[in-house]
Design a protein around this ligand. Structure first.
Ligand SMILES: NC(=O)c1ccc[n+]([C@@H]2O[C@H](COP(=O)([O-])OP(=O)(O)OC[C@H]3O[C@@H](n4cnc5c(N)ncnc54)[C@H](O)[C@@H]3O)[C@@H](O)[C@H]2O)c1
Length: 295
């Protein structure tokens, strides 16, 4: 299928990034929000990114006009009716996603592909509200944060996802200038399944005073060539998010390596959630990481 018109549901952190990348890559994009103020705020954030790109000489004014022309905001599912592909990026709640998928299945054409950007829910759990013939066109499309900067997208297949759908999605991801990897519809997909135990292990090392927070991070950064150490990265992701992802994976696999360490729970309970609250393993000033905080 020739994907030309892309729908995005949710204009938050991830949806806005996905819509921005799709518009920049030549797709006509309809982004659907739940309320007008949030839609305006999300669109203004995208417009601000484009303005800064022009100011820095990374894009021309003509490009910015072209991108703006391709991006359409809406509050109605009906406006997504002509889309060949819709990516849902609303909050991580099954009830909300089921409602959205019920609407989408009704308004979309029979050939349209329907994807979720979920990080932790099973993609197949969305099947019951879809028509039987849609099931081969249901998949996960898991983008990473921040979407415009992160080059990977996990293309998640359920047992019903069709080969054509997977090929279309891989081509779409490449058209965004990103790299697709095929992942099974299993908790954590590929990246979080491998990354999360590593991050939790680093927390256990800090908890057992194996080394200082700075030295644990420096060891992995310089010793393994990672762009940032595991505790720094956990602060960046958000320690509350880390805790909930660990809970989902521990529930699914029951293996101790997925269990949230006591230190993580204590930090979350203390409101030290990482960068977003100004403290976690480190002290933060906006985007800037300062010294490690006492544990
Ligand atoms: N934040 C991350 O780092 C990250 C990374 C990968 C995947 N994800 C996944 O992406 C999804 C979205 O996460 P986010 O961080 O962008 O959330 P967010 O809270 O920033 O944005 C969600 C948006 O969806 C809107 N929304 C809710 N119901 C809606 C509806 N019926 N129609 C249209 N819009 C609706 C909300 O108003 C909100 O603006 C989640 O499933 C999350 O697990 C998040």
């Amino acid at each position: 299928m020739d994907i030309q018109r892309v729908g995005v549901v949710g204009c938050g952190l991830m949806g806005a990034g996905i819509a921005q990348c799709a518009a920049e890559s030549g797709f006509e994009v309809w982004i659907k929000e739940a309320d007008e103020a949030l839609l305006d705020r999300g669109l203004a954030r995208i417009a601000g990114t484009w303005d800064r790109a022009v100011a820095k000489g990374k894009a021309t004014e003509a490009q910015r006009e072209e991108w703006r022309r391709r991006l359409h905001g809406t509050l109605a599912f009906d406006d997504l009716a002509s889309c060949n592909l819709v990516v849902e990026a609303i909050p991580e709640r099954l009830d909300l996603k089921l409602q959205a998928f019920t609407h989408l299945d009704q308004v979309l054409g029979p050939e349209a592909i329907l994807c979720t950007n979920t990080s932790s829910l099973s993609v197949a759990q969305l099947s019951p509200v879809l028509a039987l013939q849609r099931l081969s066109r249901l998949a996960g499309l898991h983008f990473f944060n921040p979407v415009p900067a992160m080059p990977l997208v996990e293309v998640v297949r359920t047992l019903a996802t069709g080969a054509e759908t997977l090929a279309d999605l891989q081509a779409f991801v490449k058209a965004l200038g990103k790299t697709p990897v095929l992942a099974p519809d299993a908790p954590g997909f590929i990246v979080n399944r491998l990354l999360v135990p590593y991050l939790l292990d680093a927390m256990r090392c800090a908890e057992q005073r194996l080394a200082t927070v700075e030295d644990l991070d420096m060891g992995m950064k310089l010793g393994c060539g990672h762009p940032m150490g595991p505790l720094h990265l956990s602060d960046f992701i958000g320690l509350d998010t880390m805790q909930s992802v660990a809970e989902v994976l521990f529930e699914a696999f029951g293996e101790p390596r997925f269990k949230a360490p006591a230190l993580l729970r204590q930090l979350v309970a203390a409101g030290r959630l990482g960068r977003k609250t100004g403290s976690g393993f480190y002290c933060w000033e906006g985007e800037k990481r300062l010294e490690a905080m006492p544990l």
